[in-house]
Design a protein around this ligand. Structure first.
Ligand code: 5GP
Ligand code: ZN
Length: 111
């Protein structure tokens, strides 16, 4: 399958990895929109949030994001978790990914 994030998981493409275990990979976004901009993904290929049925991995993803927020020191200042789904939200990579953004004041609403 020609999935760029699966290639990152298989170490076929380099990435700046922040956290890894058997289920979850977290790495720095190559086009950061905030001082902290980390992508947190399940190692199992799931295309979108529409395909998440009965997957316990969401719990693991949030546990990892919680841990990274503490490590990066943004757990107190605040952060945003974003999932873009589909065309209207501008999803560019069809492998489910959570954006963890922080380190600056984030505006609301998003565009
Ligand atoms: P989306 O628009 O699908 O929600 O977000 C895709 C994100 O993946 C973008 O923020 C983009 O900068 C990031 N991205 C795309 N390709 C790569 C890559 O090869 N490596 C890394 N680290 N990030 C990527
Ligand atoms: Zn994939």
């Amino acid at each position: 399958m020609d999935c760029i994030f699966c290639k990152i998981i298989k170490k076929e493409i380099p990435a700046s990895i922040v956290f890894e275990d058997d289920k979850v990979l977290a790495f720095n976004d190559t086009n950061p929109q905030a001082p902290v901009h980390i992508l947190v993904i399940p190692k199992q290929h799931v295309a979108t949030v529409n395909d998440l049925d009965a997957m316990n991995v969401v719990r693991d993803l949030f546990a990892v994001m919680n841990r990274i927020a503490k490590e990066k020191g943004i757990d107190k200042t605040g952060y945003r978790i974003v999932v873009n789904h589909g065309k209207h939200a501008g999803q560019a990579v069809d492998h489910l990914h959570f954006h963890l953004l922080g380190g600056r004041k984030l505006t609301w609403p998003p565009g």
